[in-house]
Write a protein that binds this ligand. Sequence first.
Ligand code: NAD
Ligand code: MG
Length: 439
Amino acid sequence: MRKSTGPGLLGGRTDTGDISPSRLTGNGSGERRAELERGSGPNSQKRRTAPIRRLSILGATGSVGTSTLQLVDHTRDVFEIVALTANTNVEKLAQLAIKYKAELAVIADERQYGELRALLSETGIEAAAGPSGLIEAALRPADCIMAAIMGAAGLQPTLAAISQGSRLALANKECLVCAGDLFMQAVATAGTELLPVDSEHSAAFQALQGAQSCEISRITLTASGGPFRTSTLDELRAATPEQALKHPNWSMGRKITIDSATMMNKGLELIEAYHLFPVRIDQLDVVIHPQSIVHCLVDYIDGSVLAQLASPDMCTPIAYSLSWPARMSSPTASLDLVKIGALTFEAPDYAHFPALRVAKEALQRGGAAPLVLNAANEIAVDAFLCKKLGFLEIAQLVADMLEQADRRNMLSAPAELDQVLALDSEIRQLARGLLGQYG
Ligand code: NAD
Ligand code: MG
């Protein structure tokens, strides 16, 4: 896989570049940074100097959206809510828009526009709907956009948020999985501050502060192992959505919870980390850590290992994405290591969790393989939740889809967003076709 060469967030490609805060602001190193420091760069007018106040949330009704608003409640009067979006839950969206005095509320499902307008009548809150409404929310001037839509559906609004050039707090890992190079190039071009929200990537970002890329030898993402860490293959074969939705440590949306149970989530996160951080594929690793207290470890060339620890609560990485380079108070419970007692680590078992192996192979393969992996996985997870596919068949369907895409010569890297979207939709259709062969 080719890495983007632009001076985007953490994605700088030189072996000697530092991973200091200035690097993370999308103004990288060398000429471009000097240009921006002189205030003459194309994005110099977009540089944010004050703390984040005006905040928009794409995917406000979901798990990350809810944690973000919990943080807004916790800090009282620090943030002003600009735009909130949701897919179909129009009542909750309207309720949130009214509670947080949003300027704009957007429902992705156009059929619910009338209801949204009715719910917001006489509130002064603007309403919009559909794909163009999501883009409008992303483009509404704000200090930070929280990108927390689930799946590849978040790609276009998140790219629009980048073009605004303010801070992007990125929860939606699928954006980087299906269009990592294009995404990081867009970040570099716009001079956007890209802050990771995924807990492992936020942890890596924290452990990398002040580092030079040539000093890093390895980044290890931790994984809880999910609800089936100790299950036998027979138990995995018979696993139900109800069992898979019971994550031992984290409370999250349904799709990511299933991804955590298959460990596809960790595979998607390896691809995410590859795009965010200046490391090679062979410098990325995964370790099972059932307690979910250590979120990531960074090995340095002198043998030091820096890790970030916290209670498993998304409020911590979200807080860092909003307050960086400073820190802000969050409602996360303080960590009591004595009470926890032991922190344990194991190697991942690829026979029990084939999705992790398939995702690693897609990362190695590069081109459109991660996009195919993601699109097929979204279809497979949905089918599993509807009880049309077995638990182990999720990884099998994704692997079959990758093989089929390879045979059809569909794995070259898309050069433009239009090609990404067309391929994503084609793979979804093919994957739906494959579903008939299972069960
Ligand atoms: P969720 O399912 O709880 O919420 C998703 C949000 O996106 C909802 O507001 C929903 O209305 C909206 N949405 C869903 N489909 C949409 C569509 N087609 N068009 C427009 N809006 C749509 O998901 P979540 O758990 O909050 O996860 C959101 C993203 O953050 C995912 O990419 C996930 O991988 C990532 N993430 C989540 C967590 C977590 O703890 N939940 C942690 C790390 C990363
Ligand atoms: Mg994570």
